[in-house]
Design a protein around this ligand. Structure first.
Ligand code: ADP
Ligand code: MG
Length: 455
């Protein structure tokens, strides 16, 4: 077949792939070889070839067959930039220019409103609940060889995921200024993707995301259920991993717990290192408050802090670090306005709303509802007599959580589970403890439910 015949095939392809796709992807192709069941085309860049191969090679094969030149395989090679091949050379040049353009554009995006300067490793307080996540983040921020890909950080709201990610960007800029690091939220990823689709800039979009050395996407649970964004994310992800580029992701839950996520994406997300930020403990909260205090000390000179205030806050505000920080900030602002010492009286006056809401006790009823929802059983079955394992097991989980997360006694719990005896409750709790020790799935389930109930 001559290039003329290929010309005819191309005419057909316009109809199949549409004019836009045709101009962008098919027109620049040059047929360089057609025999032994192989059609080979020259393309301006590797990326270009990958894209055409993934999206249009079936069409190309089909039309070649129609034209009487069936092939088994369609291959793409990057064209040498010689005078003999001016079209491809020009195209490659254009592509390279575009690439350079995006290289310059990335740092701009990184210095935008997205990066918080105070989110550094220095200001991150490390304790038992976050030490693994911190260590993994530190490792990646060294910018050494990629060892785990992706790094997947997850944990509840306000536990420091975004802080750690920003810290990694700051650190990487120091340790590896040569690397192109792109940090954005999953929402921004989707927004840009949709915009690129609309403006017919999808090629630029792809090149931008494939040209970075480290890609960090915050709150990836956001893309669940958004099918075309998921799909695009998946391709970006694979392209980067294949090129041994580091990916860091965060989410509010583990990959396995994100609903409406395609199975292949889920398993990809799990294929690196998955680490969670556990809910804070008293020690960590106190550490964070102390670190914050040093920070405010310079800002509010002359204010005094009575003993016991930090301990009280660390004890009472257990939900999330953001609320804890907000409380301390409000105390300092208030105290400096009214010129008073920061003591427990002032805390009560100034933080009554926060203290009240963290006072809100979790009820057994709420636990039963959450557990029933999670296991897809009826709320009434939590209380009812059914002994079927698919119902009895969730009921025992709810008993276990009621004991763990409320201050109710066993007889009180028994009454709320349809008037069961306290020994039945005790038995249920033991059973769950055993299962948790023996079975990772059960332990994960209980962990997840706890987190859901705490938030
Ligand atoms: P997430 O992204 O997990 O919802 P953030 O990273 O936004 O949470 O953290 C919420 C706030 O709590 C931020 O101001 C952050 O600096 C602070 N914070 C969380 N964990 C820590 C920590 N271990 N040390 C210091 N500050 C922390
Ligand atoms: Mg965040």
């Amino acid at each position: 077949m001559t290039n003329d015949a290929w010309g005819q095939v191309r005419e057909e392809l316009i109809k199949r792939v549409g004019e836009n796709n045709y101009t962008t992807w098919i027109e620049p192709l040059r047929l360089s070889h057609l025999k032994n069941g192989v059609a080979r085309f020259e393309v301006p860049t590797t990326f270009f070839g990958d894209w055409v191969s993934r999206n249009f090679s079936d069409h190309i094969r089909g039309q070649l067959a129609v034209a009487g030149a069936p092939v088994d395989r369609v291959e793409f090679t990057v064209a040498a930039q010689t005078a003999a091949n001016p079209t491809a050379a020009k195209s490659a040049q254009r592509s390279a220019q575009k690439m350079n353009g995006t290289r310059e554009a990335i740092p701009d995006e990184l210095t935008g409103a997205q990066l918080e300067t105070r989110f550094t490793f220095d200001s991150f307080v490390v304790g038992k609940p976050n030490e693994l996540a911190h260590a993994a983040a530190r490792r990646v921020a060294e910018g050494g060889p990629v060892t785990f890909n992706p790094l997947f950080l997850y944990g509840g709201v306000g536990l420091g995921k975004t802080h750690l990610m920003h810290a990694m960007v700051h650190e990487l800029k120091q340790s590896r200024p040569d690397l192109r690091v792109l940090y954005l939220s999953a929402e921004q990823f989707m927004y840009r993707f949709v915009q690129a689709l609309r403006d017919k800039q999808i090629m630029n979009f792809k090149e931008l995301f494939r040209s970075v050395d480290v890609l960090m996407v915050d709150d990836v649970q956001f893309i669940a259920g958004k099918d075309s964004t998921q799909e695009e994310f998946f391709h970006t992800f694979n392209a980067l991993v294949d090129n041994n580029k580091q990916i860091v992701l965060s989410a509010d839950r583990a990959p396995g717990e994100i609903k409406d996520l395609e199975e292949r994406i889920r398993s990809r997300l799990q294929s690196g290192l998955v680490v969670d930020l556990h809910p804070t403990d008293y020690e960590l909260r106190l550490g964070i408050l102390q670190a914050k205090l040093d920070h405010y000390a310079g800002q509010y000179r002359g204010l005094t802090l009575a003993p016991g205030v930090l301990e009280f806050l660390a004890h009472r505000i257990t939900t999330n670090v953001r609320v804890l920080e907000g409380a301390l900030m409000r105390l300092f602002a208030f105290a400096s306005l009214v010129g008073r010492e920061i003591n427990l009286d002032l805390v009560q006056e100034c933080l009554s709303d926060i203290l009240r809401s963290s006072d809100k006790r979790l009820t057994i009823e709420e636990i039963q509802r959450k557990v029933a929802e999670h296991y897809n059983v009826r709320l009434s079955d939590m209380i009812g007599p059914k002994r079927l394992r698919t119902i009895a097991r969730p009921r025992q989980v709810a008993m276990y959580l009621s004991k763990q997360m409320t201050s109710r006694s066993l007889p009180e719990i028994g009454r709320r589970f349809g008037g069961r005896d306290h020994t039945t409750i005790m038995h249920g709790i033991r059973k769950i403890e055993e299962l948790m020790a023996a079975d990772g799935q059960m332990a994960d389930d209980v962990q997840l439910l706890k987190r859901l109930l705490q938030s």
